[in-house]
Write a protein that binds this ligand. Sequence first.
Ligand code: HT7
Ligand code: ZN
Length: 872
Amino acid sequence: PPTVRLEDYRLSDHLIDRVELDVRLDPHDTRVTATLALRPNPAGRAAAPLVLDGDDLTLLALECDGQAVAPDAYRADASGLTLHRPPQRPFTLRIETRLDPTANTKLMGLYRSSGVYCTQCEADGFRRITYFLDRPDVLAVYTTRIEADRDSAPVLLGNGNPVEAGDVPGTGRHYAVWHDPLPKPAYLFALVGGRLDRVAKSFTTMEGRAVEIAVYVEPGKGDRAAYALDAVERSMAWDETAFGRAYDLDVFNVVAVSDFNMGAMENKGLNIFNDKFVLASPETATDADYAAIEAIIAHEYFHNWSGNRVTCRDWFQLCLKEGLTVFRDQEFSSDMRSRAVHRIAEVRNLRARQFVEDAGPLAHPVRPKQYAEINNFYTATVYEKGAEIVRMLRTLIGEPAFRAGMDRYFADNDGTAATVEDFLSAFEAVTGRDLSSFAEWYERPGTPRVAVSGTYDPAARTYRLAFRQTRPGAGADAPPLVIPVRVGLVGAEGPLDGATSGRVEAGVFVLEAAEDALTFENVADEPVPSPFRGFSAPVRVESPLDAAARLTLLRHDPDSFNRWEAAQRVALGLMAAQARGEASEDAGADAFVAALDAFLDTEALRDPAFAAQILTLPGEGELADEIGTDTDPDAIFSARQALRRRLGAGLRERLTRLRETLAEPAGAAFSPDAASAGRRALRNAALDLIAAADAEAGTALAQAQIEAATNMTDRLAGLATLALLPGEAREAALTAFAGRYADEPLVLDKWFAIQAMIPEDGTVTRIRRLQTHPAFAMTNPNRVRSLIGSFSLANPTQFNRPDGAGFDLLAEAVLAIDGANPQLAARLMTAFGPWRRLEPGRRAAAESVLRRIVATPALSRDVTDIATRSLA
Ligand code: HT7
Ligand code: ZN
């Protein structure tokens, strides 16, 4: 496929100031009339042809300034429209196209989801609605008239504010007109038409604007939209307080649909969501679901400023809106919940997804330099590492300067399409600092490593801490990164606050050279260093600390993140040794159990959510990442199981007591708040470990928990525990669960996922059977991700089976889906990412499946791109 390069960016030769769209919705024969107010771009090439993008369109009519365009003056086909000699002055183009929303299985452009008309235009879906300059730096003011059958589509929604609505007499049809006063790129266009229930509330902005917030959901599900509605209101209030950003329209609408390629979309004033991230009730949603709904509602709302008011010049700048908005939603969730626990969750996610991506063949810079298919660059690197860069910037310049820089960025770039350079220059302007070295973070793939080692001088009472940074694949001449290191020292009895270093300011040392060291004065005893507190930079830390020193951090570090990190490192060390066959004695595990016991004694009831994180071992993926090469997923699984068993046995009494103490009083009302969720998390972490050590007790406890459950978190945790314990009880519980939720597709997704993750030989067969289940559909992205995605991303032993049957299963699914929905197929393919780090047998099996996929005729650009990069 042709490659698009950042270095080839050129301004558009034409601009579009205003767009009037008339969309007559019909299941198979939708007519779109676009009236575009165009003009030559004074900064573009003079007398250039007008080249409009199109994708799968049929042109019905074309007029320029009210006159039909002569056939030899233009060329149009499904993929574009060229006007050879457009006027050299402002002109109006009227374009009529026809499309079939029901046949649109790609879920890009205008399509139908359970009968509801909806759109998805990012990144390049608007060209599937009309011919257009479908690029993010062409901003226009839109007025949209939507017309549809009144019975089947009583609700008609567009971007901006409602202007007018009425019947089309004698036709059974009606219409609504929407006007969006703020110029926007085409990727933010949206419309919805369908039968939907509405819940709403009003909000008054800090500027005194009355806003009607509404959430639209499938009929009968209005009571499940309350949490999302509340989250919108909290997001609006938070963005005012935290960033001084107010909402700018009279209405803010959220619509939930059941067929959606991603989580949600920030269309101006009309956010469209995967219903999984809107609908919640105690009976159907877990605490994790509530947290995800809150975060994604906030994320899309925050885009109103970071993305919509200030958009991206081109798709290479995607991190400008996505990384920044992830940072903003993470801050919001941290304020709504426990900051420490949220940071741990962010880092777990970063390591599980972004570090793995950065270490494999799909690694790319946060600002990529080229792409074959932009839809394949909505990645953990752009989103999560992009957010880490913004966080590092704040750590470097401090909170007040960060806020001033954000204000400056919004003020300077409002209503424009900006670049990463524009973002950084706002912070340079308010701080007077040169951020050109810091900008390097955007340019190169790979996770940096920082080696940290300390030397204590008892006579001088000084402690020297040396840092050395290296970057995978970077040559000796590669410039070093600017790395903020939040750092402190910890002694055997507690934090060593009296120890100071002139190079540590507000707790932060800035590592700017390849090697550097700082010296702490006034250090009474040999300390344990605590670098990268709060995970102050997205790096891999290499430190020679032994387990005893790390357990000192677990006990005494005032930084919660590094307490958790210490426990994770000890666990990783124990499991990695076992997986490599190096574990010779159990003393290390005994010390770890004792340290956890002591930790739980003082902390479990004070902060159950944090304690649950401490008890949750690093996943198999992280362990594979730690081992790095020639990994054997079975050995990794066994090592993790062994440590779970060990913890379960060693902590059995305490965990049993904790479960009793933390039990909800009978009849207590369910609340999804962070404290209640934390208590449930700790109870369920305890259940997991007890069951690992004692299958019989685990089975009984899990069955009792499912029986008594008043909410989905506890019911699902019980089922997940049973899923790891082969036998009658598991199958009976799975059958009962499926019966109870037969009419709840989003709950059945959990049921599909739990079975897809069973780490046993029979799972491939089980999945093949589940693919024929009446609730499963290859056309629905949520179903596919639940069954096939969970299998390939969260069941390492079975996906990476030595006989290749797991790879075959994924390949078959990818090829079955690709023709209909290439985006979905390509995302599934990313599970092959870590194939090169497998041991030789499995590696060969994966490679042969990848080669088979690449050789398949008529493969989409999306899948071709991922498969060829995976093999490169
Ligand atoms: N900005 C949105 C990205 C998105 C998307 C991209 C490609 C194809 C389908 C899509 N749906 C949504 C979502 C976000 O990050 O906010
Ligand atoms: Zn986003």
